[in-house]
Design a protein around this ligand. Structure first.
Ligand SMILES: [Zn+2]
Length: 235
């Protein structure tokens, strides 16, 4: 699918330059291609390598399946999916509220950026529960759906550089950071965008779980799983 693949020469986290094979897995969602996952010899970070170049990565996100199981609720499977998704959304919002030490009353008007908001279901819930929300979504189709379905404010990836510093109380990345190419730069940017007492909440796949070691599941977006890390902005 991608015409250009690039091999990692430096770890996106620690700049280490030794890698060992970790696992191979097949992309069942879009390309049906097999990808190799390597592990950094210095810090243990795992990443796809070779991987599509950033310019071609969008091709892997253009499927009905990937656009957040969009908006159909027909059939039992989709009903179950919608129920699980709604439960998950509620839990995520509770996590943001409690991490900030807020209550349903005091969260009103607090500013939340959801980085990689997809079609906007999480942000829609947050907006309806008092948050002042903004989404960032690189995928054009998903971005348009979030705006037209829920009336959300959703920016393109490049527009992140136009936002003023110390704007947000919370920034969330739900199974998104593993798709970001300029990893360290983006984290630095998100730190700038947080208020001094703001929080960054990140969920990424946990490659140490038995389920993720099953190659068919590796790297798939999974609900309510993975590592949830929260960081208070360093001084
Ligand atoms: Zn590393």
């Amino acid at each position: 699918m991608a015409e250009n693949l690039e091999t990692l020469t430096a770890c996106p986290v620690c700049s280490g330059n030794t890698f060992t094979p970790f696992i191979s897995c097949k992309d069942y969602t879009v390309s049906r291609g097999t990808f190799k996952i390597v592990s950094c010899g210095t810090c243990g970070f795992v990443a796809t390598s070779p991987r599509p170049t950033e310019a071609e990565a969008y091709k892997y996100y253009q499927s009905e399946d990937y656009i957040s199981h969009s908006n159909t609720r027909k059939g039992l499977i989709n009903k179950v999916y919608a129920w699980v998704r709604n439960y998950s959304i509620k839990k995520k919002e509770q996590l943001v509220t409690t991490t900030l030490g807020l209550s349903p009353e005091t969260r009103r008007g607090k500013r939340l950026l959801d980085h990689g908001c997809g079609t906007g279901e999480f942000l829609d819930y947050c907006q309806k529960h008092g948050w002042d929300t903004m989404g960032l979504e690189p995928g054009e189709e998903a971005r348009k759906l979030a705006i037209s379905n829920y009336g959300l404010k959703v920016i393109k990836e490049v527009e992140i550089n136009l936002l003023e510093e110390k704007r947000f109380d919370a920034i969330t990345l739900w199974h998104v950071l593993e798709h970001v190419y300029p990893l360290n730069e983006r984290i630095q940017k998100l730190k700038q965008l947080l208020k001094d007492d703001g929080v960054l909440i990140v969920a990424v796949p946990n490659h140490n779980t038995a389920e993720e070691k099953n190659t068919e599941n590796f790297g798939r977006p999974t609900m309510c799983q993975g590592i949830y890390g929260t960081l208070t902005k360093p001084a």
